[in-house]
Design a protein around this ligand. Sequence first.
Ligand code: FAD
Ligand code: PYC
Length: 416
Amino acid sequence: MKRYSIFSLARNAANYHKDWGPVWRSPEPKAEYDAVIVGAGGHGLATAYYLAKNHNMTNIAVLEKGWLGGGNTGRNTTIIRSNYLQDESMAIYELARSLYENLSQELNYNVMFSPRGVLMLCQTEHELRAFKRTSHANRLAGTEARMIDRAEVKRLCPIINDRDDCRYPILGAYYQPRGGTARHDAIAWGYARGADAMGVDIIQNCEVVGIDQNAGRITGVRTSRGEIKTTKLAVVVAGSTTQLMDMAGVRMPIESVSLQALVSEPIKPVIDVVVMANTVHGYMSQSDKGELVIGGGADPYNNFSQRGSFPAVEHTVTALVETFPIISRLRMLRQWGGTVDMTGDRSPIISMTDIGGLFVNCGWGTGGFKAIPGSGWAFADTIANDRPHPIAAPFSLNRYMIGHSIDESVAAAVAH
Ligand code: FAD
Ligand code: PYC
């Protein structure tokens, strides 16, 4: 892998990066691979990276219909936390969060992990009780997080409205000090560069249009750039999961909806924690550029739109303004949407299928960015060994057949 010294960085900055080469190759697809991953979002790329790194599988391809990181991975608001309710969830989200801690060193790429702390506000008695319950569960599992009172919320986030005479007064918060954010596209780029350096072919502008099988086993895929043979196929396409799995004849318990977000004009630093206000359906943090990064609930109807809509901005900002009066003075700069893949229990699917060699990783819905390193780790192990990794096992597809749901409708936070 090419490394840059401080001198070459300075030289490149001075000549506008004119001599900076691409950090991953653009190979032509080969006729055959040991494994093919569909989707170059964070989960697909992390899976490729750990397949190569942990399992020595390097004759693999990641096929992406657009550009890598151009799906939800490049559209999300980057909140990282592991304060989920169920044991199965805590295991995978905490594995991911702990891998984030050293990811820049692991990838030799600055992913800007910023453990600035995440506050989940309690603005009703019911929310207070629900988060107390989560806090007990998390502490039992060894996750570092605690309930804090209104005064501490105000100390951590001085711009918050801590008055009593409002519709949703702050009653406290559930605080995970080592939750935070990371740079979203750096996660995609870092994993892509690392996987490419180990020999993985990342092929952009290559849409999968058909899945081939024979006698119940995967034999290959048809793509916009020709046919590719493989006996192991991993579908990791978030909001497009139903269409892809349909090509293999597998019906998925997934609904696709748009989740939108927006940023304000850049301002001086005003908030150095992430705040989620789930009762009013909004959340906010500040980017390194100074923009307030703001989001709300998912669109209330199924759709595949990746655009923002004016009513969503209006709704989200109106909901948040009582808690953060400062935003009434700000201009909103841009907005966008991503197609998220929702399951009924708001937990992901990391699974083998009834078709030999067909694996699927999806259902992360509004909250999969935080899980990328842990999901890639466990999914790669599942693919390499043809059996579910212990952390992935509870998230298999058959939980919907036996009724073992992993209900995370509260922890998933933003409304959906
Ligand atoms: P994606 O990044 O969407 O990648 C899937 C890829 O598959 C895409 O690049 C797509 O082009 C490709 N693809 C689709 N069909 C085909 C095909 N036929 N052939 C080839 N390629 C194909 N999560 C958090 O943890 N914290 C947050 O704060 C957060 N905020 C969010 C805010 C918004 C506005 C949105 C939209 C999402 C948010 N999420 C958040 C959720 C998070 O972004 C996703 O769960 C996560 O990025 C999913 O990653 P992925 O790799 O599975 O999917
Ligand atoms: O999963 O924490 C989360 C989240 C926040 C906003 C969107 N998803």
